[in-house]
Design a protein. Structure first.
Length: 696
């Protein structure tokens, strides 16, 4: 107390200071609660309003006009219910108010409140030491919307989904799809350990995944259904917060059928669909693997099995029978191969077998057992079908350790076995590769020969056996190799056919020969050989007509020599071409007559002008009575049909005299002259000496 100041004045000053301090404290308190994001309200022990912040007033904006210090909460609730501010109280107003006030007597109680503006408020009441209440209001509208969205997505999700307790790995909730997927009811799944949904061998990893903060994603697992069956599923997990604690959202995608399809597709990519055997790709892959893993003293053998006469089965009975036959053949072979061997189907009627640790003798035993099994008849739909098999094989490390080379060597051995005798077995030999390399080199050289003008046309005379006069020259292709000299026609003509170049060779011979023949006497004809492939290509008629037109040679002076192979072609094309050629006046000669199977019927079906007796009969006529009988019959047949008969391969006068005595009209052979280039025909001693017409 200050001296000289009355006591009552001092008391007044003290009260004023206390009031100012209280006001300042209240202002600071109000500023503090206004700064809070939650709505705050202070009630006294009679539940009358003392203080509230701005956020509280905004939450209850519709009832803000009722907020006054000293007003009871019950009063504001009752008026708010009458106004419709609390839609959840509709129809049970008194009960709702009583329940709301009762919550004030439960410290720490939480509950939600819906307002008419659609907001959802979380309410928590806390008691003070004086008996009053501090109320906390949190706007949880956005959170409730997210929960509702999640609930709808969760319950209606076509993907099986689990909500799991992150801490202990238990299922909190499972949607309808998940229940159906696992075969449980929703109540059965609630509280179930998630690990129980996995087979024993997967449970530890599953628990680790579901309780790890580094949640895995898009992993494929085997999962266990209630019925004990396992299914394949891709599991995607993510961590989330729900109602204040961590959960793991587990999405389960059933990929059982997809994996089955993928496995089926992977199997189909490596196996033959018809027989179920490994296919060509699988064969190559397996061969490469076993060769890579083989030790120095390990043997690896690949054997190729080719079914003989299979094409005729397809042609005769159809592809269905062929498929049944292939399936049965695969079954027979599978029963004969040793354990650990791989049987493959690598082509239409070609199979491969990869052996390990078999000796040459053992390989041959297996190969011959397969040949024997394939020679046994097959019964298909009541039809007894006979085929066979030929086998070629190569062995590492003796032949090669490179998979592609070893396979090529086995193919060469198979090709050689088929060439020698079908139904046989043959191993690779170095000479087979040498022959192939030689052939490849010859093919390259032959292509260069065509481009480089190395082909020539030589002419061999065909004479009248009575007069000895040359009546025709046969044009023959010759190849003069720059290093090897002349290559025999029986080597390069089949090569040209195989390479698809016979048309080019044929056109060259025809054009060159027609041009040369225009300088010969009119009575001398030209004979040119025609390959069956030229008939098959279908442009022979235009080729011949173009050659005649370009050179001016009369059609009547040209003869085309064909073999029986031309006539064996299916369809009407050969007959039509032959008749069209004859219509132009071109002669048609049947070469090598007597060596085929149906030559007599051909003579009656086609308009031939000449038949040529094959040289094999001529060369053996002195010692073989059958050859003489054939020659006599052919000459008589030709005379009866009005055809010229010529004999090939005459080398001795005795042969000429015999043929002439039997009535053969023409002869050809070394006795009359070898084939020679055009420029030598007019040299002294040759048949055209002094007889050439002026080219003009």
């Amino acid at each position: 107390m200050q001296s000289g100041e009355p006591a009552d004045e001092q008391a007044i000053h003290s009260l004023e200071r206390a009031l100012r301090a209280a006001s300042q404290a209240e202002q600071r308190l109000r500023e503090a609660v206004d700064a809070l994001p939650e709505g705050i309200v202070f009630l006294d022990e009679e539940n009358r309003y003392i203080l509230w912040n701005r956020q509280y007033a905004e939450i209850y904006s519709k009832s803000a006009d009722l907020l006054e210090p000293g007003v009871k909460l019950e009063h504001t609730l009752r008026i708010g219910v009458e106004r419709g501010d609390y839609p959840e109280a509709a129809g049970r107003e008194e009960e709702w108010i009583a329940h709301r006030l009762s919550l004030l007597r439960q410290p720490g109680a939480r509950h939600e409140q819906r307002l008419s503006n659609g907001r959802c408020i979380m309410i928590e009441e806390r008691k003070t030491e004086s008996g009053g209440t501090i109320g906390i209001r949190v706007d949880i509208t956005e959170m409730k919307q997210k929960e509702e969205t999640f609930r709808m997505l969760f319950e209606r999700n076509p993907v099986a989904t689990l909500v799991c307790d992150f801490a202990n790995g238990q299922v909190l909730s499972a949607n309808e799809t998940a229940c159906a997927f696992f075969g449980y009811g929703d109540r059965e799944m609630a509280g179930m350990p998630v690990a129980a949904l996995f087979p024993d061998e997967c449970r530890a990893l599953a628990e680790e995944m579901l309780t790890s903060e580094r949640a895995s994603s898009n992993d494929c697992w085997r999962m266990l259904r209630r019925d004990g069956n396992c299914v394949e599923a891709v599991i995607s997990t993510r961590l989330s917060q729900m109602k204040g604690y961590a959960v793991t959202i587990v999405s389960i995608f059933d990929v059982t059928e997809r994996r089955r399809i993928e496995q089926r597709m992977a199997h189909m990519a490596r196996h033959d669909e018809l027989t179920g055997l490994a296919n060509r790709a699988h064969c190559h892959e397996h061969l490469r693997e076993v060769l890579d893993l083989a030790k120095l003293d390990d043997t690896v053998t690949i054997a190729l099995v080719d079914l003989d006469h299979f094409k005729s089965v397809n042609d005769t009975y159809g592809h269905y029978f062929g498929d049944v036959l292939l399936t049965e053949a695969a079954i027979r072979m599978r029963e004969l191969i040793p354990p650990g061997a791989l049987l493959c189907r690598i082509g239409g009627d070609e199979f491969a077998i990869i052996f390990r640790q078999l000796s040459l003798t053992q390989t041959e035993i297996v190969a011959r057992s397969i040949i024997t099994a394939m020679s046994e008849p097959f019964l298909v739909k009541g039809n007894m079908i006979h085929i066979g098999a030929t086998v070629g094989f190569a062995t590492s490390p003796f032949d090669s350790s490179d998979p592609e080379t070893l396979l090529r060597y086995a193919d060469l051995a198979l090709y050689a076995a088929k060439a020698e005798r079908r139904g046989s077995c043959k191993g690779f030999e170095a000479r087979l590769d040498e022959a192939v390399q030689e052939k490849n080199k010859l093919e390259k050289d032959f292509r260069q020969a065509i481009l480089g003008g190395q082909l020539e046309v030589h002419y061999q005379p065909i004479v009248n056996l009575d007069t000895g006069a040359v009546e025709c020259y046969e044009a023959l292709a010759r190849w003069r190799h720059p290093q090897r000299g002349y290559i025999a026609p029986d080597i390069f003509v089949p090569l040209a056919e195989e390479m698809g170049l016979i048309d080019q060779v044929g056109r060259f011979v025809l054009q060159s020969a027609c041009r040369e023949a225009t300088s010969w006497p009119e009575e001398v004809k030209l004979s040119v050989n025609v390959s069956p492939l030229q008939f098959r290509n279908g442009n022979l008629l235009s080729t011949v007509i173009n050659a005649l037109s370009a050179t001016g040679l009369r059609a009547e002076r040209l003869e085309l020599e064909i073999t029986e192979a031309v006539l064996m072609e299916k369809g009407p094309r050969p007959a039509a071409i032959i008749r069209n050629l004859r219509a132009f006046g071109i002669g048609i000669s049947l070469d090598d007559f007597g060596t085929g199977y149906s030559s007599l019927s051909y003579l009656l079906s086609y308009p031939f002008t000449k038949i040529k007796i094959d040289k094999s009969f001529v060369l053996s006529l002195q010692n073989d009575t059958n050859s003489r009988a054939v020659i006599r019959a052919v000459i008589g047949l030709g005379r009866s049909l009005g055809l010229t008969v010529a004999a090939e391969g005459i080398e001795r006068e005795m042969e000429r005299d015999y043929l002439r005595s039997e009535g053969c009209a023409q002869g050809q052979g070394y006795l009359f002259g070898r084939a020679m280039p055009a420029h030598l025909l007019a040299e002294p001693g040759n048949s055209l000496a002094g007889k050439r017409r002026s080219a003009a």
